[in-house]
Design a protein around this ligand. Structure first.
Ligand code: PLP
Length: 427
């Protein structure tokens, strides 16, 4: 029986629900990334590291809500805090509250920021950072990197996405291309900022080299432009975020995902003199409003998660566990057309026509040139059929509640996949 036939046979309710969804959602979808053919799996419930779909199939969750699910599903501490907040505080007070400064000061301390503001998403955090850089420098253009994903309308996967705001304002450079950065500055005297992920997440967890990051820092400083580090995914990698492990200091960073304790979240911050472009005590500053950005549920869950659950000790152990898993997966893939790239608890399984070593992936185009959509799909179908929730594009983001035996079982399932399809996937 083919993997696809088995998938269709085991998911009749998902198929039926997709047909219904087509009547109200374009393509039955409200998050483009989650669409899969012939239909997506409809999940019904999550608990800990487990998911159950609408057909009663159970999965071990290795998607971890693309890194927002760091605490797993319904973490008991977060559940308790949220229940208490609903009972004792309310959802959203439409007024300044003490919980926002409590969480802001924790985030500032943990991530080394002088000032911070909240948003409802990572996308908004990046949009406001860019607005801040433009206001502060009085310039418009922003250097971005091919393959970058800074949020829905800030997508640069295959270039500047059609729905991107202000098409003309971007200067696109290849990731890890230091000369490209120097040329971009040499050719444009009106650069407000460089925005980058220290590890390009959506592009397949590709780390930026130290030399590349130092070049961005030096060049932006020389030109009077700002360096914005998007830590929406990477803040989980070290107690003070990825930035703590780099030998450069960005001017602003953006945060998101798990820091909302499971609720919609974004934040941005850094240097006080820049963040003061939002200071309402000064006339002529930028407006930054948003109905839900100081909602009490996020402020309580986020605070409880970061102060009580994702402590610096847990950060270190958790990411070391991720490094160990990646090494075991890479061993399982040896000699095949698959490889696994990433850092700590963030990783991506790449399927290619030719085979590629993770250390040879320096930018999205290195993989795009050899990517195999068929192998990606086969891997996804086989692993989903075996009860592991993985993403068709290969991203794996771990959650702290996944026990070691589940990761062991995942490695065994990958080994079995490699054995079953050895003739197809060998290089
Ligand atoms: N920046 C990065 C690096 C991301 O990975 C994402 C989301 O995946 C975002 C920004 C956007 O965050 P949100 O989905 O909360 O808008």
């Amino acid at each position: 029986q083919s993997a696809l036939a088995q998938f269709i046979e085991c998911h009749p309710n998902s198929q039926r629900l997709h047909e219904q969804a087509l009547k109200s959602l374009p393509g039955g979808n409200t998050r483009t990334l989650l669409h899969t053919a012939p239909f997506p799996v409809f999940m019904r419930k999550g608990e800990g590291c487990n998911l159950w779909d609408e057909d009663g199939n159970k999965y071990y969750d290795l998607v971890g809500e693309l890194s927002a699910g760091l605490y797993g599903h319904s973490h008991p501490t977060l559940q308790r805090v949220l229940t208490e907040t609903i009972q004792d505080v309310g959802f959203n007070l439409g007024a300044t509250n003490a919980y926002e400064q409590r969480y802001a000061s924790l985030l500032c301390e943990r991530f080394g920021l002088e000032r911070l503001r909240f948003t409802n998403s990572g996308t908004e955090a990046n949009l406001h950072c860019i607005a801040a850089a433009r206001k502060f420098t009085g310039r418009r253009k922003v250097i971005v990197f091919r393959g970058a994903y800074h949020g829905s309308v800030l997508s640069f996967g295959d270039g500047i996405a059609e729905n991107n705001v202000d098409q003309a304002d971007w200067v696109l450079v290849q990731y890890n291309d230091s000369d490209g950065v120097r040329n971009a500055f040499a050719q444009n005297d009106d650069i407000a900022a460089v925005i980058l992920e220290g590890i390009q997440g959506s592009a397949g967890y590709i780390p930026g080299s130290g030399e590349f990051l130092r070049t961005i820092r030096e060049q932006s400083e020389k030109a009077g432009a700002l360096m914005i580090l998007d830590e929406v995914m990477t803040s989980r990698l070290a107690p003070g975020g990825l930035k703590e492990t780099l030998d450069v200091e960005p001017d602003l960073i953006t945060l998101g995902k798990y820091l909302g304790g499971g609720l919609p979240f974004g934040a941005f911050g850094g240097r006080r003199d820049i963040m003061d472009v939002f200071n309402p005590l000064t006339p002529g500053t930028l407006n930054h409003s948003g109905t839900f950005q100081n909602n009490t549920l996020m402020l309580h869950a986020g605070y409880a998660g970061l102060s009580n659950v994702y402590t610096p000790e847990v950060v270190q152990l958790f990411n070391a566990q991720g490094d160990g898993l990646r090494q075991r997966l890479q061993k399982a893939f040896a000699g095949s057309r698959f490889c696994v790239a990433g850092v700590g608890s963030l990783m991506c399984i790449h399927a290619t026509e030719t085979g590629i070593l993770p250390e040879n992936i320096t930018c999205r185009d290195d993989v795009a040139a050899v990517e195999s959509a068929d192998l990606k799909e086969l891997f996804w179908l086989e692993l989903v059929n075996a009860g592991f929730w993985v993403q068709i594009r290969g991203s794996i983001t771990l959650s702290i509640v996944t026990p070691a035996p589940v990761l062991d079982a995942f490695v065994v399932a990958v080994e079995e996949f490699c054995k079953k399809h050895v003739s197809l996937i060998s290089v």
